[in-house]
Design a protein around this ligand. Structure first.
Ligand code: C2O
Ligand code: CU
Length: 491
């Protein structure tokens, strides 16, 4: 994106000089006091002046699956530098663009003030080559998040990394806190994918794909070369050593551009404790599917000495990525096999918030959105309108969804298409309705399955212009996106 938005008015990319001036000699500034009623999550906060993490965005040639491709990386590595904070810290991350093209980084799942959200064309101008931008705001959450480029198709080129906020008060008791970041790799220039899908030169259907009985396999249209777990492919799998009877918290992040993964550690029950950073009532399963951009936190206990291979298989494809958790004294690792998914699958209905997730009573609004598209033309729409993106059709229009500050907004998402649409709303955590009203699970990305309807509800208490889109990168790039807008109204 970016390109199509050049004529709007933007905030200028912040230079270090401006920041120093704005923050004053004391390095901190106190904002206005919180207001009752419609206070935003960021009223009355103190912001210090220096960065804790610096993400240097660089271009490199990499060949994870044989063929050299141009990767765009944060900190020169894939996944990008892990950003870790503790609850109530102030987020202060410097992004330095060392590319020859613009970039921008979005903090997926966080609730920042609007202008820190990192979406070029919506909340800021792209960061130009050689420029830098400091993102800083108070953290109001804890859990597992991630960051990625929101500029054109850079996310497919590897510009993504984990973002974890620990909660020191949490009393779950685990010995290891492990991030597992999944990604997909395209051997080629991602800018050729949509044109290829449109002219029929790309027509992907895997032979013997991973699909469970009764499940739709339509998660991606892209012929990926393969998949990575923490940057490693099956030729040199990711490994992690533990001791018998230790407990691990696994933070699984689907940082792919357009893949869904089914995950299992055969023989080990997985206790799901959080989804998209938000706690759920613990539920024990044997495998689960993770849609594009979703995160799941799992607890697993290593019963005894040995090897525990794990795998994530791409839905609709016949490829998978594997890894190994093993005890220090385990014999040489076993032969990994093609994944098998047996036992209990996590079903969406099993997710319940760990506490009452209802919003304060307030004015209500209902919005219906049809996630429509035309597979043959490879155009993806919301209510039959394409948002002006890189590969959107010429009649694309920005038709914002206007809501009111303080409203509880219910959005009904109808998916008449044969594909999954992992829908993500920026800057808010929504509730997924349809089950227990009081314990509706909180999420920021919801996979709406083919030919089905889901309803979500969010509380409009963080004013601004917020992107709302399908997180399949190619669906978004061809138009499946909207802006949700509301202004701060004091009462
Ligand atoms: Cu993961 Cu628009 O974001
Ligand atoms: Cu989609």
């Amino acid at each position: 994106m970016g390109q199509n938005h050049g004529r709007r008015t933007f905030l200028k990319t912040v230079s270090t000089g401006m920041l120093a001036a704005g923050l004053g000699a004391a390095g901190a500034r106190v904002r206005a006091a919180p207001q009752p009623g419609k206070a935003t999550p960021h009223s009355g906060t103190v912001i210090p002046a220096t960065a804790d993490f610096s993400l240097d965005i660089v271009e490199e040639t990499a060949s994870p699956f044989g063929m050299p491709i141009t990767a765009i990386l944060a900190g020169g590595q894939w996944p990008g530098t892990e950003i870790r904070y503790r609850k109530s810290d102030v987020f202060r991350v410097m992004v330095r663009n060392r590319l020859t093209e613009p970039t921008s980084i979005h903090w997926h799942g966080l609730i920042p003030p609007n202008l820190q959200d990192g979406v070029p064309g919506v909340t800021q101008a792209p960061i130009e080559p050689g420029e830098l931008m400091l993102y800083q705001f108070p953290l109001v959450q804890a859990g597992t998040y991630w960051y990625h480029s929101h500029y054109e198709l850079q996310e497919q080129q590897g510009l993504a990394g984990p973002l974890v906020i620990e909660d020191p008060a949490e009393a779950r008791g685990y010995d290891h806190d492990v991030t597992l970041l999944l990604g997909d790799v395209y051997n080629g220039d991602p800018n050729t994918i949509i044109p290829g899908l449109r002219d029929g030169s790309i027509d992907f259907e895997a032979d013997k794909p991973f699909v469970l009985p009764g499940e739709s396999g339509f998660a991606t249209d892209v012929p990926y070369a393969g998949y990575l777990l923490n940057g490693r492919s099956n030729t040199s799998p990711w490994k992690y050593a533990v001791r018998p009877r230790q407990r691990l918290r696994l933070r699984i992040i689907n940082a792919s551009a357009s893949s869904f993964f089914r995950f299992a550690i055969p023989g080990l029950p997985l206790t799901v404790i959080a989804s998209d950073g938000e706690d759920v009532e613990p539920v024990e399963v044997d495998n689960l599917m993770i849609g594009t951009a979703e995160r799941y936190d799992l607890l697993v206990t290593i019963p005894e000495s040995g090897n525990y291979p794990l795998h994530a298989a791409a839905l609709g494809d016949n490829k998978w990525v594997e890894g190994l958790i093993h005890t220090h004294d385990a014999p040489a690792p076993p032969k990994f096999g093609p994944p098998r998914f047996e036992g209990r699958h996590l079903s969406f209905e099993q997710l319940r918030a760990s506490d009452d997730s209802r919003f304060p009573k307030g004015p209500e609004r209902s919005i219906d959105l049809r996630l429509s598209g035309n597979m043959a033309k490879y155009v993806w729409l919301m209510n039959d309108v394409a948002y002006p993106e890189l590969f959107a059709p010429p009649d694309a229009r920005n038709v914002p969804i206007e809501v009111g500050h303080g409203e509880v907004v219910r959005v009904t998402l109808t998916n008449p298409t044969p594909m999954y649409h992992p829908m993500h709303l920026h800057g808010h955590v929504f509730r997924v309705l349809g089950g227990d009203e009081e314990r509706a699970p909180r999420k920021d990305t919801l996979s709406v399955p083919p030919r089905s309807t889901r309803a979500i509800e969010f509380y409009a208490n963080n004013p601004g212009r917020w992107f709302f889109h399908c997180h399949n990168l190619y669906h978004m790039a061809s138009g499946m996106a909207r802006e949700v807008r509301y202004v701060n109204s004091p009462n």
